[in-house]
Design a protein around this ligand. Sequence first.
Ligand code: 97T
Length: 243
Amino acid sequence: MRIDVITIFPGYLAPLREALLGRAIGAGLVDLAVHDLRSWTRDVHQAVDDSPYGGGPGMVMRPQVWGEALDAVLALDERPARIVVPTPAGRPFTQATAQAWTGEERLVFACGRYEGIDQRVVDDARRRDLPVDEVSIGDYVLVGGEVAVLVMVEAVVRLLPGVLGNPASAQQDSFSDGLLEGPAYTRPEVWRGLAVPEVLRSGNHAKIARWRRDRALERTAQRRPDLLAALPEDALDDADRAF
Ligand SMILES: Oc1ccccc1-c1ccno1
């Protein structure tokens, strides 16, 4: 997978070259290129924004600069690309989104700042039949899209074959089966008077699996009843329903 990020703060994306993601890049599983949007400005001030039509606070990012930047970055590689625009007004980015994007040959992230990017940039890309997703990583407002890109790139790249040491980890993630992950424990057996649940030390794998499933159902019911309600009809078996 090739990942391109266009931003006015390239340094914000430095963490993508660290740790697990850095190793994925080093192993050739991911190609990452970060581009400074200001490279496509033509004025001495390298202006990337302007006042909003219709008035109102803040500034809007200029379509000319973004249009030239996206055209140039897309032309760098012949692989078909999905353009991703992080925005608080976007569709929710979920584990399902991350899973779906693992099938993409290329992702091009457009990091907006200020009051966002002139809408015509997205409209122009869509009318050229380029796939464009405007996505939000949560119901809060950030200063720019860079942090959202860090989140989304990590969520996607960790799912790519060969990235995680143990692929089973991704299968047992929270959300992978529609439920939140239950509690986890490691040594020591007792810590500050708190003992590890006995069933986890029983060696009875069937009991352990049932206990873990019950804790996941319990936690999901308590913290995210919306996820429970969204489960497909056949997702819960009789033992789950008895819980
Ligand atoms: O708040 C933002 C500002 C710019 C770009 C993205 C965001 C955002 C907020 C939540 N998800 O994305």
